[in-house]
Design a binder for this molecule. Structure first.
Ligand code: ZN
Length: 347
């Protein structure tokens, strides 16, 4: 999985994929990872609790969907892994990314900008950004931009490399001659996915990759990510779109108010959710009646005080629901087999 020529999907995507559970080495492991932002100006002294004590693992062959409402901290978590947070952020805990067998892990949260730029971004961790169209430079063709990434990450470039990448993501290489404003949303998203695959990184982080796309394009983007996992890469899919997550996720982590509140194999969590927040998210899906979760998530600047008072801050969101106000749950994740849940043990 070192930087090198990318194999065509058709050569290596076996039927059924190769989901390697169990003893395979994690590609990415987060251990008690926290992110805080110190506010300034009129709000000096306040702290945003964006990510709190996240513990996650991503293994070869997995698509781990990190789901939750916007503002719960999931995109901050993704940016932190790539060293893309502003200067007022501080980080605790660790996030280690592996490489090929002989390569040592890199601890991302303490890595210098030199290490992140030279060894991590694009090489060990590819990023599919939130808005592909705005991520591209407007004054250069898609081909010129992709070719530049290929030169930077592979040290050489020819048109064949760029065409092969385009074909790998289902894009007609002729489309690369266009400028970003001439590309449809789906085409721009494919260029972004192709850029993330240039050095064949073991981990791909896709941060809300379906924003602004219609459903057929959402499905195609998800399938591209699923194919990566079938080739033994690991995909961390950040999304508020549960329908998209259901399509490809092998595993799910549900995030609420800066904390992961439930994790497990995707099918089990979607079919039998344990945490009332996961239940609420699923009930808000169109096919389950579109029932929104009442209330709003708490302000991330007040989490510390709220958690000290209530423990489970989700049930505090819906104190009118009979039986729920009595929840005295903790924020700690408790494991049951290959699943884990905070505050609300399975009945
Ligand atoms: Zn509760």
């Amino acid at each position: 999985m070192t930087a090198g020529p990318v194999k065509a999907v058709s050569e290596s995507s076996e039927e059924g994929g190769a989901v390697l559970d169990g003893p395979s080495r994690p590609l990415l492991s987060l251990d008690d990872m926290s992110v805080r932002f110190a506010l300034g100006g009129r709000r000096a002294g306040e702290t945003v609790h964006a990510v709190t004590e996240a513990r996650l693992e991503l293994r070869p062959g997995q698509v781990l969907a990190l789901v939750g409402e916007s503002g719960c901290g999931k995109s901050v978590l993704a940016s932190a892994l790539l060293g893309l947070l502003p200067a007022n952020a501080w980080l605790r805990g660790s996030a280690r990314v592996g490489g090929a067998a002989a390569e040592e892990d890199i601890e991302l949260l303490s890595a210098s900008e030199r290490v992140l730029a030279g060894r991590v971004r694009g090489r060990r961790v590819g990023l599919v950004p939130q808005s592909a169209a705005t991520h591209l430079t407007p004054v250069r063709t898609a081909r010129a931009q992709l070719a530049e990434t290929v030169r930077e990450l592979r040290g050489h470039e020819d048109d064949g490399d760029v065409d092969e990448l385009a074909e790998r993501v289902g894009l007609d290489p002729a489309a690369l001659e266009h400028y970003p404003h001439e590309l449809s949303g789906g085409m721009a998203q494919r260029v972004a996915v192709a850029s993330a695959l240039v050095a064949d990184p073991p981990v791909v982080v896709a941060d809300e990759p379906t924003t602004g796309l219609d459903r057929p394009l959402v499905d195609r983007t998800m399938d591209l990510l699923g194919e990566l996992a079938n080739r033994n890469r690991g995909v961390l899919l950040i999304t508020h779109d549960l329908s998209a997550a259901r399509r490809v996720a092998t595993h799910v982590a549900v995030m609420y108010a800066s904390r992961v509140v439930e994790t497990g194999p995707a099918e089990e969590v979607f079919d039998r959710p344990w945490h009332p927040y996961t239940v609420g998210l699923l009930n808000a899906l169109p096919e389950r009646g579109f029932e929104p979760i009442p209330g709003h998530p708490p302000a991330l600047t007040e989490l510390d005080a709220l958690e000290r008072k209530w423990g489970c801050v989700f049930c505090q969101r819906r104190p009118d629901t009979p039986g729920v106000a009595a929840c005295d749950g903790t924020t700690e994740l408790v494991s049951y087999g290959d699943r884990a849940v905070a505050a609300h043990p399975p009945c």
